[in-house]
Design a protein around this ligand. Structure first.
Ligand SMILES: [Zn+2]
Length: 322
């Protein structure tokens, strides 16, 4: 790992030390570094920006990597003002947005079950008279997920026919909520935790319920006393309020450009479908409705269909968005 390269976009939040120069400052070395940076910048015009902490890395060869469940902010330099900037990654379509002068940005979600390996992110910068195509190699690394064993009443696990029909209808309603979204980013600046507390069910846990393997856990369970206010992680629009068999009373918020947050097992919901909400606004209260063993918040995030770890959003900084 070439630390100076990795640290460059974010010196204040980097966990790796910047190189220290002596008083003589080894000017020649500095000049070489600057020259090398310029060469790399010209060779790799698509860059990963604002990555913080050990989750994210830009390798010395300019390639991008993240673990299963990570979110990455990708920036693309542009000339003039393009009609649109779009990316494709596996099954996802990413819409980029104006970020800073001559730069567009997009959020790339690595699904919790994307197979580890190298994939291509293709980006089209569409101008009125021409289209520029770029490509970035993305390395998805394996995350080690724990196994969580749960014991639940059999009526909550082995569903009767009537309940199965209910669950299927509710699942369709959730998919419908994800189908349309606000075509520009509503979120800004940093994301916040909706509730603070101990994690009682980790994102990605491989779940064994009553001895049977089930779907992995697609959110974070945060234990908190019943009635604790649940806050919107950022600005957005309420896309769904519901009382579902598995997720209980819940809210789904559309943050624009395919980013959604979910807040489940609430004891009560304080917002309505279609309502515009602000970051930190109370959406409801912690509860244990639906299939829950005690009061907690299930906090989930979808990004263009990818199930990502909500906590990976907290590492993003997008203060400079224009
Ligand atoms: Zn959960």
């Amino acid at each position: 790992m070439n630390c100076w390269l990795r640290c460059l976009p974010l010196p204040s939040r980097c966990d790796m030390p910047l190189p220290v120069f002596s008083s003589h400052a080894n000017v020649v070395t500095r000049l070489w570094l600057v020259a090398l940076m310029l060469v790399l910048a010209s060779v790799f015009p698509v860059s990963l920006f604002f990555m913080a902490g050990p989750r994210y890395s830009v390798a010395a060869d300019g390639q991008v990597s993240g673990k299963q469940g990570d979110v990455l902010l990708v920036t693309v330099p542009v000339r003039d003002r393009p009609d649109r900037v779009e990316g494709r990654f596996l099954e996802q379509t990413l819409t980029f947005f104006p970020f800073k002068d001559h730069t567009y940005a997009g959020l790339l979600g690595l699904d919790m079950q994307d197979s580890p390996g190298r994939y291509e992110l293709t980006i089209e910068v569409v101008y009125p008279q021409r289209t520029e195509r770029r490509s970035l190699s993305v390395l998805v690394m394996k995350e080690k997920y724990p196994v969580q064993r749960l014991t639940l009443p059999s009526r909550m696990v082995d569903l009767d026919r009537k309940t199965l029909v209910r669950v299927e209808t509710e699942s369709k309603a959730v998919h419908k909520a994800f189908a349309g979204f606000v075509p520009h980013p509503l979120w800004k600046s940093r994301f916040l935790e909706p509730v603070q507390g101990e994690i009682s069910g980790r994102f990605g846990s491989r779940r064994v319920i009553n001895g049977q393997p089930r779907k992995p856990h697609s959110g974070e369970d945060i234990a908190a006393p019943e009635g604790t206010p649940v806050l919107a992680m950022n600005d957005g629009m309420v896309r769904l309020t519901a009382d579902h068999f598995f997720s209980g009373k819940g809210v789904i918020v559309d943050h624009g450009l395919g980013l959604f947050s979910m807040y489940f097992h609430l004891s009560g919901v304080d917002v309505e479908h279609g309502q515009v909400v602000k970051k930190g606004q109370v959406l409801g209260k912690v509860g244990s409705t639906g299939r829950a063993t005690g009061p907690h918040l299930h906090w989930g995030v979808r990004l263009n269909g990818a199930r990502i770890d909500p906590y990976s959003l907290l590492d993003l900084t997008v203060d400079d968005r224009s």
